[in-house]
Design a protein around this ligand. Structure first.
Ligand code: C2O
Ligand code: CU
Length: 505
C-alpha cells in the first residue's frame, strides 16, 4: 500500500483482509496487583498500595496464523495490566525500564536533530488524563534508560473514569507506543458504584490500535521516501488490533456489558458501530460519566479519546454481534445461549455535569494548530502557535482561574489536542476564514457556532479539532503549580514539534 511521502515497504506485509477472522480469543488485560505498600511524604505515614510495572520486551502472537510478534509492553504484555484505583485512594507506581538497550524498531530514520545524540531506548510513562503534580506527570524530557526506574504518585483526586498509561519520551513516543508501551488505568468512585452499572468481569477495556504487520510477524513502521524530511507525518496500519489481537472474539453472556473503548493508535481514528444496527449506549467520555446516557449508532474516536459504552446482548442469545470499524468487523462477541441473572442497570441520569460559562474565563488564548516551521527546518514540521518545543513557555495560566483556549486549525487535517492535568469542556466549533487568518492573523467566522453534541458535552481531556474550524474549550486550571504539556495526540505530530510546555503558576 503506497501512501504519499512513504517509501515502499522493504519487507512483505500481511494483508489483513486475507486473514481468518475471529479465531483468537480476545485477551482481557489482567488487573495489576500491588506488590505491597509504601509511604509517600505527601500522605504522611499512610500506607499506599505500591505497584511495580516493568517495561519488558516479549513476543506474542497477534493472530493464530502469524508468527509471534516481538513487542514491548508493561509486565510483558500489550496492553499492560489494568491499574484499578478509587477516588481518594492514592497509589504509587514504579515504572521500571527493563528494556534492551537497542530499539527493535528502526530509529535510524525519523529521529531529528538533538534527538539523534540520545540513547536509542529511553522511556517515561504518563498516565493520560490523571490529575497529578508535575513531577509525577511524565515530563517528556525526564526520560530514563534501561536499568532505571521512576516511582510516581497518583493521588486519585478525580472522579471515576477511564484513563490510560503510555510512554511519553521526547521525540520517540510514537515508536515506543507503536512497540506496545501502553495499558489501561481505571478510576472508580462511590457515586459511580452506586449507579449499578455492569461491573467486575462485565466491565472490559477495549484498547484499539492499528499496525502494519510484516509476514514475519514483526511490526513494520513506515519510512519516509524523502531524505529532506525523514519524518513520516502519519502512521496508519491496515491491521486493526484490539487488546493485542487481530480480529479477536469474546464469549459473552446474554446481558449488559460496560465496554471502555480507547483509541491508542498513532494517527488513525476509528468509526465504530455494531453489526446488529442498534446503537451503543454511551455513558462516558474521556473524563468520566456523561450527565445521561446517549444513544449512538456510530462512535468516532480520535487518538487518545475514550468512550464508555453499554452494550446489551440480552436479545442476542446464541447469536453473534460484531464491533465494526467502518464496514469491517474487528471484534466478534459470541453471545452464549444462557447466562447468570443480570442485575445491572443503566440509570437515566449518571452524574451532574455543570456546564462551564465562557464569561467566567479570565482569558481566551487563541492558538494556531499546524503553522509551518519557517526556520528552514523540516518542511513536514507542524507547530503549535508557531512555536517549537524549545521556545520559551508562553502559556502560564494562574492556579484557580478559568480560561478558554481557542484552537485555530490552519491545516487540512484534524488534530486531537490534549492538555495534561486538567479536564475541560468543549464550548463550540466554528468555521473561520483561513485567508483572513493567514493574511492578518484575524479570526473571521464564516458560519454559526456549533455547540457540542451530548456525547461531547461531558468532561474531556482530548478534543478533535477539525480542519477549517476553530475549536474552543474551557477549563479551570486547578492542580499543583508546575510545568505540564499540551500537544497533538497524533504521535507523529507530537514527536515532530506539535507539543508545547505550559506552566501552571
Ligand atoms: Cu496521552 Cu501527553 O498524552
Ligand atoms: Cu496534529
Amino acid at each position: 500500500m503506497a501512501m504519499p511521502g512513504l517509501a515502499a515497504p522493504n519487507v512483505p506485509l500481511v494483508n489483513p483482509v486475507t486473514m481468518a477472522k475471529f479465531v483468537d480469543a480476545l485477551p482481557v488485560p489482567k488487573i495489576a496487583l500491588p506488590t505491597g505498600t509504601r509511604t509517600h511524604a505527601a500522605f504522611g505515614s499512610r500506607p499506599l498500595p505500591f505497584y511495580r510495572m516493568p517495561m519488558q520486551a516479549f513476543s506474542a502472537k497477534v493472530h493464530r496464523d502469524l508468527p509471534p510478534t516481538p513487542q514491548w509492553g508493561y509486565a510483558g504484555s500489550t496492553p499492560g495490566p489494568t491499574i484499578v484505583t478509587r477516588r481518594g485512594e492514592p497509589v504509587l507506581v514504579e515504572w521500571a525500564n527493563e528494556l534492551p538497550t537497542r530499539h527493535f524498531l528502526p530509529i535510524d530514520h525519523g529521529i531529528h536533530g538533538a534527538e539523534k545524540s540520545k540513547p536509542e531506548v529511553r522511556t517515561i510513562t504518563h498516565v493520560h488524563g490523571a490529575r497529578v503534580s508535575a513531577p509525577n506527570d511524565g515530563w517528556p524530557e525526564d526520560w530514563y534508560v534501561p536499568g532505571k526506574s521512576l516511582t510516581a504518585l497518583y493521588p486519585g483526586d478525580q472522579d471515576a473514569t477511564t484513563l490510560w498509561y503510555h510512554d511519553h519520551a521526547m521525540g520517540i513516543t510514537r515508536l515506543n507506543i507503536y512497540a506496545g508501551l501502553f495499558g489501561s488505568f481505571h478510576v472508580h468512585d462511590d457515586d459511580e458504584k452506586a449507579l449499578g452499572l455492569p461491573s467486575g468481569e462485565f466491565d472490559i477495556p477495549l484498547m484499539l490500535y492499528d499496525r502494519l504487520l510484516a509476514r514475519s510477524g514483526k511490526l513494520y513502521y513506515p519510512v519516509s521516501d524523502d531524505p529532506e524530511a525523514p519524518w513520516v507525518p502519519e502512521c496508519r496500519g491496515d491491521a486493526v488490533l484490539c487488546n493485542g489481537k487481530l480480529y479477536p472474539y469474546l464469549d459473552v453472556e446474554p446481558r449488559r456489558y460496560r465496554l471502555r473503548l480507547t483509541n491508542v493508535a498513532n494517527t488513525s481514528f476509528f468509526n465504530l458501530s455494531l453489526s446488529h444496527g442498534k446503537p451503543f449506549q454511551q455513558i462516558g467520555s474521556d473524563q468520566g460519566l456523561l450527565a445521561a446516557p446517549t444513544d449512538r449508532l456510530n462512535i468516532e474516536l480520535y487518538p487518545a479519546e475514550r468512550a464508555e459504552v453499554i452494550v446489551d446482548f440480552s436479545a442476542y442469545a446464541g447469536q453473534s454481534v460484531q464491533l465494526r470499524h467502518q464496514a469491517d468487523g474487528i471484534v466478534e462477541f459470541r453471545v452464549r445461549a444462557k447466562g447468570r441473572p443480570d442485575t445491572s442497570v443503566v440509570p437515566a441520569t449518571l452524574r451532574p455535569v455543570q456546564r462551564m460559562d465562557p464569561s467566567t474565563a479570565v482569558q481566551d488564548r487563541v492558538l494556531a494548530l499546524g503553522e509551518q516551521d519557517d526556520s528552514g527546518g523540516n518542511p513536514m514540521t507542524m507547530l503549535l502557535d508557531g512555536k517549537m518545543w524549545s521556545d520559551p513557555i508562553s502559556e502560564r495560566p494562574k492556579k484557580g482561574t478559568v480560561e478558554t483556549w481557542t484552537f485555530v486549525n490552519v491545516t487540512g487535517d484534524a488534530h486531537p489536542i490534549h492538555l495534561h492535568l486538567v479536564c475541560f469542556q468543549v464550548v463550540e466549533r466554528r468555521p473561520f476564514d483561513l485567508y483572513a487568518w493567514n493574511a492578518r492573523k484575524e479570526l473571521v467566522f464564516t458560519g454559526p457556532s456549533i455547540p457540542p453534541a451530548a456525547h461531547e458535552a461531558g468532561w474531556k481531556d482530548t478534543v478533535r479539532c477539525d480542519p477549517g474550524m476553530v475549536t474552543r474549550i474551557i477549563t479551570r486550571f486547578d492542580g499543583e503549580p508546575g510545568k505540564y504539556v499540551w500537544h497533538c495526540h497524533y504521535l507523529e505530530h507530537e514527536d515532530n514539534e506539535m507539543m508545547r510546555p505550559y506552566e501552571l503558576v
